[in-house]
Unconditional design. Sequence first.
Lengths: 369, 125
Amino acid sequence: MKNTPLLNKHLELGAKMAEFAGYNMPISYAGIKEEHRCVREGVGVFDVSHMGEFIIRGKEALDLIQLVTSNDASKLAIGDAQYSCLPNDKGGIVDDLLVYRLDEDQCSEGERAYMLVVNASNIEKDWDWISKHNRFDTKMINISEQSALLAIQGPKAIEALQSLTEINLSDIKYYTFKKGRFAGLDNVLISATGYTGSGGFELYIKNEDAPALWEAIFEAGKDLGIQPIGLGARDTLRMEMGYCLYGHEIDDTTSPIEAGLSWITKLKKGPFNSSEIFIAQKENGTANKLVGFIMEGRRVPRQGYTLEDAEGNTIGRVTSGTQSPSLDKAIGIGYVPKAFSKSETDIYVNIRDKKYKGQVVKLPFYKAG
Amino acid sequence: MTFPEDLKYTKEHEWVRIEGDVATIGVTDFAQSELGDIVYVDIDTEGQELAREEVFGTVEAVKTVSDLFMPLSGTVDSINEKLEDAPDLVNSDPYGDGWMVKIKLSDESEIGDLLSAEAYQELVT
């Protein structure tokens, strides 16, 4: 099992640790509900150094990225980030990812540079998949093992971090980034992105700088009650937003169209992996749709549970579920046929041959403010 | 983590307090810590006679769900009504206000099979 450079910090803080995607990761510190509330109302810090990072650099870097990803990377200016996915050639998803267009300091004339940020569980699979398609004048570098990533999330993130840098953090618009000096470290990539729905930043750094950065952030945010947040709350936060998690809502067999990711599937940008399949699905519709639902009672839907109609016919399956700390209700996400996908449709979760009623709602579950 | 001496334990992480032919049952400090924030305790077996190791209820935590097993054979006599509104009592006071059911024992000879505090502590640490 691999460790992040912050293992000792987590152990000192008494984190509950568990294996996730081959990494020994903090699941919770003070408790999921408490950590969740901290991010929604204040500011919290996640060690997500397990995530993978690839640098794609060369004269045809954009051609490679356009072929393997579904979103339109030609729209990215230097300093922009984009959510996207890697379709396979059967209309499924190899992984979802972020695409950053980097500055060209390291580039020769005519070259471009990008960074792809992928799920830890898929690093090898993604690398092989993209390499296989790299018939271009473009180099790929896997920097996953050398890179650490901290996410500082919550409405008080700017206030907590501003004293650590001369860059005006409120100037960094959602899904853009700046590179610069931060907490005494050079070349920190400061990205206004995240997986919580509560705003904030993600900071990409070298492994060896992670412990010092972690300490500087907790010192700077002390008066705001900054807290460490584990993967448990990361999951409840993303579920309240209806964000997809690979291995749950999306996988090698689900299409981005049925997963509600049409907005990152740009069918007019030119051919890319599976684009023909997606064009047909867009025209004819998909059989199933990903929906969110709120339970009437207190039993919690979990991944793999069957979804049923009122007569007890199987109509779909749950992909994720939890007790929503913000709503104080049990919530679920799952695939159902189009006919059951409208808001306020009653659906039933089968939990050990007992039916529990829920109602389809519009995502996200959590609306800020 | 505490392991009160006056209780008996099971490898399913439940504790048992024997008073005559009545046993009070809950989950251990270790169990509540492993489960994390408990959001619902679902017990619908009141009045039923169940055998040892049968499921008498379910506990839902934010992250996971777990069955509750009868540590001894008996009839579920009463359930802790406080947990309906405050399931987090299981987290904050697992051996006190976080108790789950009281059962009337049907075979007191089974008590000898339960673990001592020391044996249980050894199992989980």
